[in-house]
Design a protein around this ligand. Structure first.
Ligand code: ARG
Length: 460
């Protein structure tokens, strides 16, 4: 008979059982379920709702189950529907009546809300740790190439000179926000739903502050309906993971471009590339492509859960059992992508000569040419037009700006002097972009140090 079989006179239809059961996926919550039950039992004991003897039996029983699950000795069964009833049934089979008292002043509704919150809280820590490892890799690689000029792009058109360090550190800035977004989510979710009961609290003299503190929460959730109905934290996590994946996906796209023959700014390590079954010459960036592709499924997880939640009346509805798989999937995906991506960046060969070559074509010092004239007294808009004329002339002759003679330059403006060639030198153009946040070496060094301090502040 089912744990809840009291008012039923028939067995559940087989297919209904299959539809209803969540044990195939919610068994992941076994640790949280057991932890929550132990703290709940201790509170029941401290409040005199169950005896200390029962508390001892429950605690020992649950610890035994935990050890057996970890040792792979337990097979959960769909007959007991979900992780909560599986654990309770195992406990009662082991310790008898005390096990049947565990569910006093509790419902599966606040139990699952608790388990899932604890799980999400823990996993956020794992993801943050992985992002910080990626950040450390970015800092190391950026340090190597602070003076190597590469073209910065807008519209995928060569635009202005930057360093490869500056480009990597842009992602470093994004990943820092991903970390703080996850930290915000974790801070906000850190209230305890246990004691909300099915939806309306309980008549027992429970101590919700005690269970909240025992489980590391800042306090209990303040409304029992909200306690069982809220899945904001799961949506926030999925949103944060979606944004994180967006960043990884953009980065992945660039790696794919960079290791193409058209760019050849980097070469992937053999351990992070794959071959073709027919084309012997191929070395493909599958890792980056998969990270880009898997971003789609994380978005799907977010959209899926948003859609599940959108029309639900308060408080608990069984629809909400559908909250777990998308969250598990998104976490698995992000946690699989992050370390592989970090490894790919860590091991790729950076090819600064090719970046420098690309920087030489495309007039990425045109702004600097206009700035030169402006600094000599020409209004910027006029300097812009004059430089545009030079660019057109160069394009017609297949020349770069710095290949024009002083005479040719002076034909457009007599403000040009010998020192223009220094102003047009790409290394100078990059090095002089020392405005706060710019690509000059002192600024990329500052950015690296900031990220390193950010990592350090989180590593005690
Ligand atoms: N397996 C359920 C879930 O994941 C647990 C809560 C069930 N509550 C209920 N009233 N049927 O949502």
């Amino acid at each position: 008979m089912k744990l809840w079989g009291g008012r039923f006179s028939k067995e559940t239809d087989e297919l209904v059982n299959e539809l209803n059961a969540s044990i195939s996926f919610d068994q992941r919550l076994y640790r949280e379920d057991i932890q929550g039950s132990i703290v709940h039992a201790e509170m029941l004991g401290a409040q005199g709702i169950i005896s200390q003897e029962d508390v001892r039996a429950i605690t020992e029983g649950l610890e035994g189950i935990l050890a057996d699950v970890e040792a792979g000795k337990i097979e959960f069964t769909p007959d007991n529907e979900d992780i909560h009833m599986n654990v309770e049934a195992l406990l009662t089979a082991r310790i008898g009546d005390a096990g049947k008292r565990l569910h006093t002043a509790r419902s599966r509704n606040d139990q699952v809300a608790l388990d899932f919150r604890l799980y999400v809280r823990r996993e956020i820590g794992t993801v943050i740790g992985q992002i910080l490892e990626l950040e450390a890799v970015l800092c190391r690689r950026a340090r190597e190439c602070r003076s190597a000029v590469m073209p910065g792009y807008t519209h995928l058109q060569r635009a202005q000179p930057i360093s490869f360090a500056q480009h990597l550190l842009a992602y470093g800035a994004m990943f820092r926000r991903d970390v703080t977004r996850l930290e915000d989510c974790r801070r906000r979710l850190n209230e305890c739903p246990l004691g909300s009961g099915a939806l309306a609290g309980t008549t027992y003299p429970i101590d919700r502050f005690r269970t909240a503190a025992g489980l590391g929460f800042d306090g209990p959730m303040g409304n029992s309906l909200d306690g069982v109905a809220d899945r904001d934290y799961a949506l926030e996590l999925l949103s944060a993971l979606s944004i994180l994946m967006t960043h990884l996906s953009r980065f992945a796209e660039e790696v794919i471009l960079w290791c193409s023959w058209e760019f050849k700014f980097v070469e992937l390590d053999d351990a992070y590339a794959t071959g073709s079954s027919i084309m012997p010459q191929k070395k493909n960036p599958d890792v980056a492509e998969l990270v880009r592709g898997k971003t789609g499924r994380v978005y799907g997880d977010l959209m899926g859960l948003l859609t599940v939640m959108k029309g639900l009346p308060l408080a608990y509805n069984k629809d909400m059992q559908e909250d777990k798989e998308p969250v598990f999937d998104a976490l698995d995906t992000a946690e699989m992508c992050l370390p592989v991506f970090a490894g790919m960046i860590d091991t790729m060969t950076i090819l600064p000569e090719n970046m420098r070559k690309a920087a030489g074509r495309g007039f990425i010092n045109a702004t600097d040419c206009a700035d030169y004239l402006t600094k000599k007294g020409m209004p910027f808009r006029d300097a812009y037009t004059a430089t545009g004329k030079l660019v057109a002339a160069c394009a017609a002759q297949g020349k770069t700006l710095e290949e024009l003679s002083l005479e040719e330059l002076r034909a457009v403006s007599d403000l040009f002097n010998q020192d223009v060639y220094e102003a047009l030198n790409l290394e100078n153009c990059m090095a002089l972009r020392g405005s706060y946040g710019g690509p000059a070496e002192a600024e990329t060094t500052r950015q690296i140090e900031e990220i390193e301090a950010f990592i350090k502040a989180r590593s005690q």
